[in-house]
Design a protein around this ligand. Sequence first.
Ligand code: PLP
Length: 546
Amino acid sequence: MTAPYEQLVHQLRQAFPQPVSDRLHDAYFVFSFMRALDQVDAMKSVSPVLGGPVTLDYEAARQSRMAESPSQLEQVTEELVQHLAGMFIWGHPRAQINVVPCPSIPSVIGGLLPSIYNPNLVSEESSRQIAVAEVETSAMTAALVGYDPELAAGLYTFGGTGTLLYGVKLGLEKACPGYARTGRNEPAYLLCSERSHYACLSVANWLGIGQDNVVQIPCDDDNGMRTCLLESQAREILKKGGRIAAIVATMGTTDHFGLDDLHAIVELRDKLVDEFRLDYRPHVHADAVIGWAWAVFNDYDLAANPLEFRPRTVRALAGARRRIEHLGLSDSLGVDFHKTGFTPYVSTLFLVRDRRDLELISRKPEETPYLFHDGHYHPGRYTLETTRSGAGPMAALANLRLFGKQGLRALLGHLVTMSETLRERLEGCPWATVVNRGNFGPVTLFRVYPDSVDTFTIRQHEEKHAEAREQLRKHNEYNRQVFQLVQQEALQGRGVVISLTDCYRESDYGEPMVALKSYILSPFSEEQYVETVLESLAKAREQLKS
Ligand SMILES: *Cc1c(COP(=O)(O)O)cnc(C)c1O
């Protein structure tokens, strides 16, 4: 007689991959996954949404409770698949929504393998060659962005916010030595641009720098930090004895693909160190989570242009390269493979130019009694996290190998070509204006206007002159309405899903400015879908006339 619990254990064992090869059961495992994929596939259509739009029922969700008895594996996967209904298909050619990529197949497998064998990157004891993958991809990326791969070190963390947390933490420890131990901190400041990601505020908040001590430097028209204003703010802080925890250079802002002048920022930092005889070197962190990928063009011969990009694309790539090629000057930087590297979430690399900096945040051996006995690679000594998944480095490794520099150049070049085509078409419209003209990435911000508006002068007028406030608000509303109509059409599978940003910048008199946003990140994007955007916009404008 077997006890009831034994029967249950026996039954549940079938739901685990077998520890010893069992071909029959392996087939069952693979087949279960294939069936799930099949069911998802049945939800695909011409529309960029899986299974069509759904209403989200949180009320029902709150009534959910754990059942008494186990379920069948097949039932469980079916329910999981149902949860994908209503998801955007980011890789759909009719999707130009946000900086969310569709993951490549090898990168999915890169995420899947660790999810079966469960390496833990806390140390090499628990992750073996997956730890090697972390070192391998760190070296590849370091060399790509212009760090010395022998000197640099990298670790995977929980997103772009995590990279900022590490970067600013190093800077804080440089500016206020001993703070990590004593918790005592002199007033320290974080300087970044007004278009930097709000993660800068989160990080200042969580590190105890204080959100109020984040100094947001105004940007120029191209969404880059005005370095002269950075200088005056930094001087003011240093004169009154304040410390600079970090300067964050945003290398690819989220909404605009704005690029700060990292070269000038580093030069300024060095000048101030000498002039004020600082006993520390303010840390410069490059938030390159979006822009890093453009480093593949650092050694692309733009003049010979062997990939035969269009002239307009070459110009756009050159425009980005003049900033990105200086990434190696930063002290640390962040890379999101899960943004412009086509991997699944979460695959984020924090790189530090000089690995010795990690000593600043390393734990002492006696603080981690149960870990790090053998071997010599123990990232858990300096990572905030204890458990870290192997999915990040394995997915990154997959794509770095899959693409090679040339493949990534081709993909990014294609995306830039598509958005340049959109820009060209929008610039040709008397009723539209591109508002991030000086930025050369895959994202286009634009505003559309009713017939009577002179789009040659409107942008300047709305940005600079307070008497345009009412008009600006009215046009914000107009763009929201156009967005709604374009969205409706897109969800029916006829148009293209774009997005809207409530505030791509504030006007000089402090009013939020709305923009429509096209983020082209799908390898499947084609010119005909750029045309579709234009058609949808025109149609929406007509509807608003009546
Ligand atoms: C997306 C983004 C972040 C945050 O990164 P996550 O990976 O979403 O945590 C930080 N900075 C910039 C510029 C970003 O675009």
